[in-house]
Write a protein that binds this ligand. Structure first.
Ligand code: SF4
Length: 523
């Protein structure tokens, strides 16, 4: 096998130019005919002097960490605020070809190439030995028509109603889905938007997913809702304002957390929240502290003592409501319970909105400046808020025809994955495999190397995918025996031509994951 042989695997074993020098790329259904010196429609393949080449090299993930040290990574990622560039347990130094050993190299699908039609073996089927187990890693770039992004946006602010359409560049690309605790959620992409609408809708959906998954900022608008800018690992921008704080909890939880700190400093606290507004003296937390009921009644529907739903409408104001004037949610002040001089604190769930009142002789709230000792508790709320971030989770179905590139008997792969006998990674990053039929995976794009994703204009996303299992299991399940190549050979032939990426210490090392879970076993 020559050096050219292995590199040809990224270009589907080579293709010959026709009499005009055009070369046909058959790495996807588009089947571009590429002129000399030009790239195909996806910019991933080019005609280089009559040779079809993959424009990006294969990415090798290098485990060159040193345990037990504390130092800066040589390749910090400034766009990745969730993966700090220091760690107390492991560091990664800038990888070099000196680091290329069978024990430290994991061949990722990034740059490996796509295969079409699907019965062709995956570009790389790499054998290696780990912890005494002979393993095989099937390495490919999958073409995903069934894929999307779950985008988690840490904010209380109302971005749009559930099921409201999300637009990018004027095209529908997804919808608002059920909120999570302290976060609004978008479901973007999916086969419906990629293939079921107009050509432009499919193209824009693909572009939006590609940008998000490659950690770029994307502008979105929500039907009857907000304008937002989201970027994986960065603070979301809502209607032009960057978010900074993720709420400490719902209104009721905030009351529960800070009740003791407020006790003695104030007679009533109302934590305004679009979902569950908390009223301290009525709440169980206040009862446990023997606080007398203050008689300040809020609007909305009472759920349980001191917990109120729907005190206002959803919006961009206090606690994700539409109010900017907190007293607007106070319905009555009960003269049989309230008293002149009663100290009332109103705050949002992040502590960003605060007002302090003292009831006068007519039991009317009169705003005053927040006393310093009370301000400390507000500061504490802010201290307990995590930074607001946008998170992008790539979700895709890998259970289709792509499996034929792994084994001649695809259902055996699905069954092995379901049993936990196969470790799936994307660019070396861990994935969550959804239970049930098929192989539906979810991956945090921040755990993957930069620029892991590509596209084809069918339209569909291209993403790296690696299946690691024991060699015996692979062969028993109809694996492509004749296409197995050793990791030593990959290093020898591809090493100098590869993109070397330090393995992220926050990820489980792909082989350790399988071995420690017992999923890579001898049969
Ligand atoms: S779109 Fe890309 S992968 Fe598909 S045929 Fe054209 S160059 Fe090849």
């Amino acid at each position: 096998m020559t050096t050219r042989d292995l590199r040809d695997r990224t270009t589907d074993f080579g293709a010959e130019p026709d009499e005009n020098g055009l070369i046909r790329c058959d790495a996807c259904p588009v089947l571009c005919r590429i002129k000399p010196g030009r790239t195909g429609a996806c910019d991933r393949y080019a005609n280089d002097n009559g040779q079809l080449v993959r424009c990006a090299p294969v990415t090798l993930s290098i485990n060159n960490t040193t345990a037990g040290q504390l130092a800066k990574s040589a390749t910090p990622d400034p766009a990745d605020s969730r993966h700090p560039d220091t760690t107390e347990t492991a560091i990664a130094t800038a990888p070099s070809t000196d680091d290329l050993t069978p024990e430290t190299v994991f061949v990722t699908g990034i740059g490996s190439g796509t295969t079409y039609p699907d019965y062709k073996p995956a570009p790389f089927i790499v054998s290696a030995s780990h912890h005494g187990v002979d393993t095989v890693t099937v390495v490919t770039e999958g073409i995903f028509s069934y894929c999307g992004a779950r985008v988690k946006i840490d904010t209380d602010r109302h971005l749009g109603a559930e099921c409201a359409t999300v637009f990018a560049d004027g095209q529908a690309v997804g919808h608002v889905t059920t909120a999570e605790y302290g976060s609004q959620m978008l479901s973007l992409g999916g086969v419906h938007h990629l293939t079921g609408g107009s050509k432009k809708e499919g193209r824009v959906t693909c572009e939006t997913l590609l940008a998000l998954c490659n950690r770029e900022a994307v502008d979105l608008t929500i039907d009857n809702g907000a304008r937002i800018t989201v970027q994986a690992g960065q603070a979301p921008i809502v209607n032009g304002v960057p978010e900074s704080r993720m709420r400490v909890g719902c209104g009721s939880a905030t009351v529960g957390i800070f009740a003791q700190q407020w006790h003695g400093l104030v007679d009533e606290v109302i934590v305004v929240d679009d979902h569950i507004t908390g009223v301290l003296s009525e709440h169980q937390a206040g009862k446990c502290l023997n606080m007398p009921e203050a008689g300040v009644k809020v609007a909305g529907a009472k759920s349980t003592p001191g917990r109120y739903f729907k005190v206002a409408n959803p919006g961009q104001g206090w606690g994700g409501t539409d109010i900017s004037e907190p007293l607007s949610i106070i319905r009555t002040v009960d003269p049989s319970k309230a008293w002149a001089g009663l100290r009332l604190l109103m705050t949002s769930t992040t502590g960003e909105d605060v007002a302090y009142y003292v009831l006068d002789e007519q039991l009317q709230p009169v705003e005053q400046s927040v006393p310093p000792e009370l301000q400390l508790t507000i500061d504490r709320i802010g201290e307990n808020c995590e930074p607001s971030l946008a998170t992008v989770i790539f979700t895709a179905g890998a259970g289709g025809s792509l499996r034929a590139g792994v084994t001649e008997n695809p259902v055996r792969l699905t069954q092995a994955v379901a049993r936990g006998d196969v470790t799936i990674t994307m660019g070396g990053a861990p994935v969550y495999v959804m239970p049930g039929g098929g192989i539906t995976v979810m991956a945090d794009v921040l755990a993957m190397p930069l620029q892991s994703f590509g596209y084809v204009p069918t339209p569909a996303l291209v993403a790296p995918l690696e299946f690691t299992l024991s060699q015996s299991l692979y062969l028993d399940n109809g694996g492509h025996r004749d296409h197995i190549v050793s990791v030593d050979e990959v290093i020898r032939q591809l090493g100098p031509h590869s993109r070397l990426e330090s393995w992220l210490p926050s990820n489980p090392w792909p082989f350790d994951t399988g071995v420690s879970r017992g999923t890579i076993r001898s049969s």
